[in-house]
Write a protein that binds this ligand. Structure first.
Ligand code: KG4
Ligand code: ZN
Length: 365
């Protein structure tokens, strides 16, 4: 079964084709990072407009790269939740239109679930050169999902059968990386810039607090972000009313790198503490990390140090937003759930993973 995946929930326009839930035949990603960089974050209206401009060529490119025509495609999987409304609409409407025109089953995919499925890609066409794992993760699988919008620990018993163990009670960890980068004057997106600056910083220079949570597997990152803000203000000798956008110019390079390293250490320890607790309580057969923050080398190293089994993660390009993960999940989804109507599939901008369409297809004619 060959599934075309379409992703447009945030600031990447992507299309990919995956065969049988494991082999990547093409993977096209157009990122808008350069467009949003000047604003220090994603501007939703600009994101939606940019998706419109490139969605059709991106889909065409995915078919071309895979040397396939529409006749070879068995279904269209599209991110319908969660994400920015305008952005989700572009991908979903493109998928609905194509499903009608080309007479293909339409598969609505949850973006956060799909991040986990990047770990199921174990094969690739010759023209793709990713360093892929040799086998798919085994169930029960503990997934630490860490992105710009989500931070959660999920126990998968099988495809489409999972339990949300815990999640952030405020900011997502990627969001914290992005906001802290802004405070200390590092470019957007903050995750990679902080990771790079942290390589030369002293991670013990600034003591920062780790949040204590009620739920055994819950996270919080908003307090950590505020603690960085206060520590920066103290460091450059201004009071708490001093505007944060003026702080970067008062920091020198050494201070910036030390703040990046100190923040990154505590943010990662927070994630790893909870993942380790869940591992000990549930004894999963595999542990995967997924989402943009899973690209962080320090997180991979620290989690591996703490767990007795080999943790699994996808190559960097499949950790951040892409359509390969959408198409992969689409293959498994198609086996269990009836397709949705191309006439009525709606977007769900804030659908959490507790209300997935897997067990209860919400979206029938
Ligand atoms: O999964 P993703 O591409 O989009 C969402 O679904 O949110 O994740 C984007 C997030 C951003 O917050 C970005 O700063 C973060 O992932 N990120 C990283 C790294 N690369 C991307 N965070 C930490 N370290 C990285 N190397
Ligand atoms: Zn994502």
């Amino acid at each position: 079964m060959k599934i075309l995946g379409i992703e447009s929930s945030c600031d990447e326009t992507a299309a990919a084709i995956v065969e049988d839930g494991k082999t990547l035949l093409s993977n096209v990603v157009r990122t808008q990072i350069d467009i949003h960089k000047v604003y220090g974050g994603v501007v939703p209206e600009i994101a939606a407009r940019s998706h419109i401009e490139v969605i059709n060529p991106v889909i065409e490119q995915a078919l071309q790269d895979a040397h396939l025509s529409w006749d070879d495609i068995d279904g269209i999987a599209v991110t319908y939740a969660p994400g920015l409304s305008g952005s989700l609409l572009v991908g979903t409407l493109a998928a609905r239109t194509l499903a009608l025109l080309k007479n293909k089953p339409l598969l609505p995919i949850h973006h956060v679930e799909a991040h986990v499925y990047a770990n199921f890609i174990t094969g690739q066409a010759e023209h793709i050169n990713l360093s892929l794992p040799s086998r798919q993760p085994a169930f029960p699988m503990l997934a630490l999902i860490v992105s710009g919008g989500h931070s959660q620990l999920v126990l998968f018993k099988d495809h489409g059968d999972y339990e949300l163990l815990g999640q952030t009670q405020d900011d997502a960890v990627g969001e914290a990386f992005d906001k802290v980068a802004k405070i200390i004057g590092l470019p957007y997106p903050g995750g990679p810039s902080i990771a790079e600056a942290a390589l030369q910083g002293d991670s013990k220079k600034y003591p920062l607090p780790k949040a204590k949570m009620q739920g055994a597997y819950d996270f919080s990152f908003s307090g950590l972000k505020t603690a960085v803000l206060r520590a920066v203000q103290r460091e450059v000798s201004v009071d708490t009313t001093f505007p944060s956008f003026k702080l970067p110019e008062l920091l020198n390079d050494v201070q910036r790198k030390d703040f990046a390293a100190s923040f990154q250490r505590v943010a990662i320890e927070t994630l790893v503490d909870k993942a380790e607790a869940a591992f000990n309580d549930y004894s999963p057969a595999s542990v995967v990390i997924a989402g943009g923050v899973a690209a962080n080398q320090e997180l991979r190293r620290e989690l591996q140090d703490r767990l007795p089994i080999t943790i699994e993660y996808a190559p960097m390009q499949l950790c951040t937003d892409n359509a390969a993960m959408i198409a992969t999940l689409g293959c498994f989804y198609a086996e269990k759930v009836a397709p949705s109507s191309p006439f009525s599939l709606e977007i769900h901008p804030s659908l959490s993973m507790t209300k997935t369409a897997w067990s209860k297809p919400l979206l029938q004619n």
